[in-house]
Design a protein around this ligand. Structure first.
Ligand code: HEC
Ligand code: HEC
Length: 903
C-alpha cells in the first residue's frame, strides 16, 4: 500500500493535500452519449472526458482523420449535433453545455445547467433543446435559437435522469432514469436508540412471528448457520414487490401488511405506501406533459429508438439484492437487460436477458462461456431498417447484436477496446463506431463481418495509476466466474447502485476487534463497549468508493482493515477462480486513490456555506408541525454552528464534530494520549485508522463513523410521502428515510423545524475542498483526516463573444479572486488570430499563454473577445491549470511553442 503511505506521509508532514491531487483530478464521470455522427455524415465526434475536449474526426473513405480537438467544459459526457456545424457538448462537472461551431473549431457559447447534466437532444416544432440534469432530477427545455434565455424546468419523478432519445417524428422525448430502483426497500430490523423507524422485522405480526433474522430457505438458513457461531444479531430485511403487488422476502413470505397494508405504520410507512420505479419518462415535446413507464430494470443505462418503427430499446442492469448471503449471490447478482417498448412507449413488449445462455445456477463457469457475456450495457444503436441493434458492454469490453424483437443474436460478441460506452452506426460505410472510454480510442467495427477492423487512439492525459488499475474494478471477464459481474456492478462508476445488500454469510467467522483499531479516538467513555463483528451483518448500503484510500478501516462497521482484505471478495462474491495478486490489488488501490468527490452544488462559489438553501424534496417529519409539509429554506451556516461546541448533543456529552470531523465527516484518525491527539500509527500495509464507535447500534454494535459527503445524491426515500423514488435512505442499512428524519432524532436535541432545515442544509453541503479543522487537544472537536473533495467553483465557465458587460465583469472578477486565493486554477481557451489558443492564470491579473514568454492581462484577453474570436474562461482544480490551459501533455513544452521544437 505504498500509495496510502505516500498520502499519509503528505498529511503527516502537513503539506497541502492539493499536492497529493496533482495536475489531474479523476471524477470518473459516466459517459451517456459520447459519440455522434454529424447529419451530413462527414464528421465523427467523440468526447475526450479526461482531456476536457471534443475530438473531431473527418471520415475520409475508410480513414478517420483527426481534424480538431476543441476544448470544452470539465468532464464532457455527451455530444449531439444539432446541425452539421453546431454541436452541443454536455459537461458533467462544469454543469454546462458547450455550443461548438465545427467550422470555427471553437466554443461559441456556454450554457449553464442544473447540477450534473448528462445528455441533450433536439425535438418538436418549433425545435426545442432538452437537457437532462441527473443530480437535480430535472429536464431543461431551451430554445436553441435563443439558448441564453432562462430555460423551462421540468422536475422529473425519479432519480438521475440521464440518457435521452427522440421519437422518429420528433414529437416525443424519452428520458431514461438511471437510478430508477427495482422495487426493493428495507424494513428496519435492529433495536437501537434511534426513535424511528420502528423495528418491523421483529414485529410479532410479521410472517415469521418476529423471528429475527428470519430464515431464507424454508425454516432454516441456506447455507446453514455454523454451529459454533454465537446467535446472529437482529438485522433489517430487504423486501421486493412482486408482479402481483405483494412485498415478499427472498423466502417467498409476504410482508405487504407491514409495508403498505393495514399495519404499514409498524414499518414507519403510510398505508398505501408506493415505491415508484420510473424507468422511462415520456415527454410530449409540444405540451411538455410527462408520463412514466415502470418495471423495466434497476439501472437504466442507455436507450435508442428504432428509426424503422419507433420502438424504444432501453438497456441496463437488474439486481437481485433481495437475495440474502454472499454464497447465494456469487457471480450472478445482476443481469444485463434490454427492454423493448412499443412506439410511443405504449406497452412493454419484452424484457430480454442480454445473456440468454447464461446458467444462473452456477457462480463459476468455464472460461469460454465467460467470454460470451455482455456486462454493463452503456450504449445502443439501431440500424436504419430496425432489424438489428448493437449494444456495448462497458464491463465486458465487447459489443453484441440484438434482433428487431430485442433478442440477442447468437454468435460470439465483437471484441473492442477497453470500456466501450457510446456507439453509432455509419450506414454509408456499413460500419459501427464504438467509443472505448477506458482505452481512449475509437473501435471501428465492420458490419459485414461484425469484427473490429481498426482502433484509433486519441490523446489521454490520465495518469498510469488510472489506466492500469481501472480494469480490476470494471472488467467482468477478467475478474468474475461468470463473466457477467465485477466490483463495478454494485460500485457503479466507482460510486454506488443506491441499493442495500445482505452480503453476510452463515458459514463465516467472527472477527475480533484488533489491537490496532482506533476505538473512539481513545477518548474516555468512547473507547469501551465494542463487540466482535458477526459474519451475518445484515443489509448494508453499497458504499461509494470515492476517496476511501487513506480513510481505513473500511465497511460501515469498519470490519476491513484495508483494501487488501477485499481480495477474497473476488472469489466469494465475483466467483473468480483466484484472488488478485498483491500487485494487482495494489493497482486497484492506486486507481481508487484517484477517485475524488465532484464539486458540491449546495456550496457557494467560494466553496463556503450558504445561509439560504432552498430545500425542495425535503419534508417535515412531524416532530414539529405537520408531517409531510415542505421544510423551510435552511441556513447551512447555522447548521454547522449547531454541529460544534459549545453546542452539545447526546445529553451534553459531545458534539457532531466530536465524531464527524471536517472536512470528510470521518472519525478522527488520531488517538488521545496523555491529553494530546497523536496520529494513529499506520497499519502493516500502510492503512490508516479512523475511529470506530460503539454508541449508535445495538445490533451491529461496533460501527465506523461514516464520512458525510455526497449525501445529496441519496435522497428520494421519505416515509412522510405516499410515493417515493428510492427504497433506501441513510445509516448503514438505509433504513432511516430522510436527512430531516436523521437529525430529528431526540438524541440530537433539535428544538425547531428551522433547526432541522438548517442541519439538512449543512449536511447537503458537507465536504468541499477545505482542510481539516479541529484541535489536537480538545476531545469535543478532534482533528480528522483530509479529503479529496473539489472546490465548489471548479468547472464554472463563462464564454465571451464581446468585451464583458457589467454582469460578466463581476463574474470574471469573482473567478480571479478565487484563483488568487490559490484554491482553484483558471484557464482561458478560444481563438486569437483565428487560431485555437490557451492561457492559464498566474495570479495578479496575469495569464501565461501557450507560447513561451507570452503573458497577457485580463483586459487584453477580454477586450479582444468577439464573435469569431470567442473566449471561454473555466475554473479548474488548483494544480491543473497549466495542463488544461497551455501544456496538455505536460512535457514542459507549451502547446503553442514553435512547431519545429515539438515532437
Ligand atoms: C453485490 C454488490 C457489491 C459488489 C459486487 C461489490 N461490493 Fe463493495 N460494497 C458493497 C456493499 C453492500 C458495501 C457495504 C458493506 C458493509 O459495510 O459491510 C460495500 C463496501 C465496499 C467497500 C468499503 C468502502 C468504505 O468506504 O468503507 C469497499 C472498499 C468495497 N466495497 C470494495 C469492493 C470491491 C473491491 C469489490 C469487487 C471485488 C466489491 N466491493 C464488490 C456491495 C458490493
Ligand atoms: C458518537 C459519534 C457520533 C456523533 C456524536 C454523531 N454521529 Fe452521525 N453517525 C455516527 C455513526 C456511527 C453513524 C453510522 C450509523 C449507522 O450506520 O447506522 C452516523 C451516521 C450519520 C449520518 C448518516 C450517514 C450516511 O451515510 O447515511 C448522518 C447524516 C449523521 N450521522 C449526522 C450526524 C449529525 C448531524 C450529528 C450531530 C447532530 C451526528 N451525526 C452526531 C456517529 C456519530
Amino acid at each position: 500500500m505504498q500509495h496510502t503511505t505516500r498520502i499519509l506521509a503528505s498529511i503527516f508532514l502537513g503539506t497541502r493535500f492539493l499536492s497529493a491531487q496533482g495536475s489531474f483530478v479523476n471524477w470518473e464521470s459516466p459517459h451517456v452519449h459520447p459519440l455522434e455522427l454529424t447529419p451530413d455524415g462527414r464528421h465523427l465526434l467523440a468526447v475526450n472526458t479526461p482531456d476536457a475536449r471534443l475530438e473531431v474526426f473527418e471520415l475520409r473513405g475508410s480513414e478517420l482523420v483527426l481534424r480538431a480537438e476543441i476544448p470544452v467544459g470539465l468532464e464532457p459526457v455527451s455530444v449531439r449535433a444539432r446541425t452539421s456545424d453546431e454541436v452541443w457538448v454536455v459537461n458533467h462537472v462544469s454543469d454546462s453545455v458547450s455550443v461548438v461551431s465545427l467550422a470555427r473549431r471553437n466554443v461559441i457559447a456556454t450554457l449553464a445547467t442544473d447540477d450534473e447534466p448528462c445528455d441533450a437532444v433536439f425535438a418538436g416544432t418549433p425545435e426545442r433543446a432538452f437537457v437532462s440534469c441527473s443530480q437535480a432530477n430535472t429536464l431543461l427545455v431551451l430554445d436553441p435559437e435563443h439558448p441564453e434565455a432562462e430555460p423551462l424546468r421540468i422536475s422529473l419523478q425519479g432519480e438521475d435522469p440521464r440518457a435521452l432519445a427522440v421519437s422518429p417524428a420528433g414529437e416525443r422525448v424519452y428520458v431514461a432514469l438511471f437510478e430508477s430502483g427495482n422495487q426493493t426497500t428495507i424494513l428496519r430490523g435492529e433495536e437501537s436508540a434511534r426513535a424511528f423507524p420502528p423495528n418491523a422485522v421483529s414485529d410479532p405480526d410479521g410472517p415469521y412471528g418476529g423471528v429475527n433474522p428470519p430464515p431464507n430457505s424454508g425454516a432454516s438458513f441456506s447455507p446453514p448457520l455454523r454451529p459454533d457461531l454465537p446467535p446472529p444479531p437482529a438485522v433489517g430485511l430487504i423486501v421486493r414487490r412482486d408482479a402481483a403487488g405483494a412485498w415478499r422476502d427472498d423466502n417467498g413470505r409476504d410482508w405487504s401488511r407491514l409495508v403498505s397494508g393495514d399495519l404499514a405504520a409498524r414499518s414507519g410507512r403510510p398505508v398505501g405506501w408506493r415505491l415508484l420505479d420510473h424507468d422511462l419518462a415520456v415527454v410530449d415535446a409540444a405540451t411538455l406533459e410527462v408520463s412514466y413507464v415502470s418495471g423495466l430494470m434497476n439501472l437504466d443505462m442507455a436507450l435508442a429508438v428504432s428509426p424503422a418503427d419507433g420502438s424504444i430499446a432501453v438497456v441496463g442492469t437488474e439486481a437481485t439484492n433481495e437475495v440474502r448471503f454472499e454464497p447465494n449471490l456469487t457471480g450472478r447478482f445482476v443481469r444485463s437487460h434490454l427492454a423493448l417498448l412499443a412506439p410511443g412507449a405504449g406497452a412493454t413488449r419484452v424484457i430480454a436477458d442480454l445473456n440468454p445462455e447464461l446458467d444462473y445456477a452456477r457462480g463459476t463457469l468455464p472460461p469460454a462461456e465467460r467470454e460470451q457475456t455482455l456486462a454493463e450495457p452503456r450504449g445502443i444503436a439501431w440500424t436504419g431498417d430496425g432489424t438489428r441493434a448493437y449494444v456495448t458492454g462497458m464491463g465486458s469490453n465487447n459489443v453484441v447484436a440484438v434482433d428487431a424483437d430485442g433478442r440477442r443474436v447468437p454468435g460470439a460478441p465483437i471484441e473492442v477496446g477497453e470500456g466501450p460506452t457510446g456507439c453509432v452506426l455509419d450506414a454509408e460505410r456499413a460500419r459501427l463506431y464504438v467509443l472505448d472510454r477506458f482505452s481512449s480510442s475509437i473501435s471501428v467495427v465492420e458490419l459485414a463481418s461484425e469484427r473490429e477492423v481498426k482502433r484509433v487512439p486519441f490523446f489521454d492525459p490520465s495518469p498510469p495509476a488510472i489506466r492500469r488499475g481501472r480494469r480490476h474494478l470494471y472488467d467482468s471477464h477478467a475478474t468474475s466466474g461468470t463473466g457477467l459481474v465485477s466490483c463495478a456492478s454494485c460500485h457503479v462508476d466507482g460510486r454506488t447502485d443506491r441499493l442495500a445488500w445482505d452480503l453476510g454469510n452463515p458459514q463465516g467467522s467472527m472477527k475480533p476487534i484488533g489491537a490496532a483499531q482506533n476505538l473512539g479516538g481513545g477518548v474516555a467513555g468512547q473507547d469501551t463497549g465494542f463487540e466482535a463483528w458477526h459474519p451475518m451483518k445484515g443489509p448494508m448500503l453499497t458504499q461509494t468508493l470515492q476517496d476511501i484510500v487513506g480513510h481505513e478501516p473500511l465497511h460501515w462497521r469498519g470490519d476491513k482493515d484495508g483494501l487488501e482484505e477485499f481480495a477474497p471478495a473476488f472469489v466469494g462474491l465475483l466467483g473468480d477462480d483466484a484472488p488478485p495478486s498483491p500487485a494487482e490489488l495494489q493497482e486497484l488501490e492506486d486507481f481508487l486513490a484517484t477517485l475524488a468527490f465532484p464539486p458540491n452544488p449546495f456550496r457557494t462559489f467560494g466553496d463556503g456555506l450558504s445561509n439560504d438553501v432552498p430545500l425542495p424534496g425535503h419534508y417535515r417529519t412531524g416532530r414539529f408541525g405537520f408531517a409531510g409539509q415542505p421544510l423551510p429554506d435552511g441556513n447551512a451556516i447555522d447548521g454547522r454552528n449547531y454541529s460544534r461546541p459549545p453546542n452539545l448533543i447526546d445529553g451534553g456529552t459531545r458534539a457532531c464534530v466530536s465524531c464527524h470531523t471536517e472536512p470528510t465527516g470521518l472519525g478522527t484518525d488520531h488517538v488521545l494520549e496523555r491529553g494530546v491527539f497523536r496520529p494513529a500509527p499506520p497499519g502493516p500495509l500502510g492503512e490508516n485508522h479512523c475511529a470506530l464507535v460503539a454508541i449508535d447500534g445495538v445490533s451491529n454494535v461496533t460501527l465506523k463513523i461514516p464520512q458525510l459527503r455526497g449525501l445529496h445524491e441519496r435522497t428520494g426515500f421519505d416515509l412522510t410521502q405516499l410515493e417515493n423514488t428510492a427504497g433506501f435512505g441513510f445509516g448503514h442499512d438505509g433504513s432511516v428515510d430522510s436527512l430531516a428524519r436523521f437529525v430529528s432524532d431526540p438524541a440530537f436535541h433539535v428544538q425547531s423545524e428551522q433547526r432541522v432545515a438548517n442541519l439538512v442544509a449543512y449536511l447537503l453541503a458537507f465536504g468541499g475542498a477545505d482542510q481539516p479543522t479541529g484541535s489536537d487537544t480538545d476531545v469535543l472537536q478532534p482533528i480528522g483526516p483530509s479529503g479529496r473533495g473539489s472546490h465548489a467553483a471548479v468547472g464554472r465557465q463563462l464564454t465571451l463573444d464581446s468585451p464583458p458587460d457589467a454582469v460578466e465583469g463581476a463574474r470574471l472578477a469573482a473567478m480571479l479572486a478565487e484563483a488568487d486565493t490559490g484554491r482553484v486554477g483558471l484557464v482561458v481557451r478560444g481563438l486569437k488570430d483565428r487560431r485555437p489558443r490557451g492561457w492559464y492564470y498566474l495570479g495578479g491579473g496575469q495569464f501565461q499563454s501557450d507560447r513561451p514568454g507570452e503573458i497577457h492581462s485580463l483586459l487584453e484577453l477580454t477586450s479582444a473577445a468577439a464573435s469569431q474570436a470567442e473566449r471561454t474562461f473555466t475554473v479548474v482544480p488548483a494544480g491543473s491549470e497549466k495542463r488544461l490551459g497551455a501544456d496538455r501533455d505536460q512535457d514542459g513544452r507549451l502547446d503553442g511553442a514553435p512547431r519545429l521544437a515539438r515532437r
